[in-house]
Design a protein around this ligand. Sequence first.
Ligand code: B12
Ligand code: SF4
Ligand code: SF4
Length: 344
Amino acid sequence: MLTSAAVKAQARRLGFDLCGVAPATGMPELGRIHDWVARGYHGEMRYLERSADVRADVTRFLPGARSVVMTATNYFAGADPTPGPVPSVARYARGEDYHLVLQERLDALLAWMQEATDRPFDAALFVDKHWVQERVVAAYAGLGWIGKHSLLINPDLGSWVLLAGIATTLPLTPDVLVADQCGACTLCIDACPTGAIVGEREVDARRCISYLTIEKDGVLDSREKAAVAGHLFGCDVCQEVCPWNLAPAVTTDAAWQPRAGREAPDAAELWQRPDDRLHDFIEGSPLTHASMAQVRRNLALAIGVSGDASAREVLNRPGRGVKNAAFSADAPAVRDAVAWAAKR
Ligand code: B12
Ligand code: SF4
Ligand code: SF4
């Protein structure tokens, strides 16, 4: 018989730092997504609206599901110099694309589970984009508690962990919830530059810099431009200030080591690269989830607040790229960002 302990041990062998099991039913907090969407907090992420019913019930994601094998993987590859790099690339995006890395590891875990038992079962894996609310399930799998910034915090690893899992019809022994250890602290709420943490464990994505840099395409309004300026992709502010991340374990996993200069990007140098060479900077990383125009828009905004006159000089000379291709520098959002940056 396949046991929870055996699955967890195999998950660790495959490179997951933590593994726990949640029951597939009896997670009332999953239903809160309806309220969150009704308040419009998802902004232009319409896919969350469309998939809310499935996200609220794991047995709609996998009919007959009885358990969820949930994993967490540490991606903290080392401290930044003080002050941190500007523009910043969020830590989770500096190495390889976690969607691909974790999906491959989950494939291997599922193949092992199929080998390890004669009992037929159904299973469906998920990494981020699939229709499962990973933080809630991870909390029920005993991997940590949901901090006031709404991210999962593990008592040993902090919050620099990525989540992924496998829903299955197998009846595995579940873990139990970990006690919330935020206490009276409000550091993340106080530090958020845009007031996006509108309540404890509740983020209005429309105000979150992560959303504005990655998800929001097109021209940003002036408040949004000011918030984004200095962030190239994502935002780590609420996690940097968290006491549970004071001395995080440093991963030696090759997948999460920074590539292509993403730990300290040079905005002016990147701006002058033609699109095909700018693509080298984002290739194989989560940055490919943003469009080239979004990356260039965020670069222009960063140059605008850099205080470096020679960097601002190059705003008029964006790298263009191969002949006849649509240049990202000509996108309306990029032109608008250049005009904003030039006035700073
Ligand atoms: C949409 C999304 C976003 C949006 C919205 C964020 C948000 N807070 O909801 C945006 C683009 C802003 C975003 C940003 C980031 N994201 Co994101 N995102 C997602 C995604 C795809 C869905 C999240 C979702 O459904 N949100 C809607 C709310 C309603 O659902 P929820 O997250 O499940 O939250 C509920 C719980 O907190 C629960 N709850 C509240 N109190 C309690 C108490 C208990 C006891 C329990 C059990 C539950 C519970 O109710 C909440 C609210 O209703 C998930 C992947 C996934 N499939 O789950 C990744 C995910 C949450 N993101 C992740 C990351 C890393 C980030 C960033 C750090 C990236 C960055 N550096 O820029 C930022 C962090 C911003 C922040 N403070 O949240 C990781 C988080 C890992 C972790 N340690 O928790 C995830 C899990 C991706 C992954 N596979 O690892 N993200
Ligand atoms: S990721 Fe940045 S903008 Fe979003 S909630 Fe955290 S601190 Fe605020
Ligand atoms: S900063 Fe404080 S309140 Fe926010 S998640 Fe960390 S411990 Fe909790």
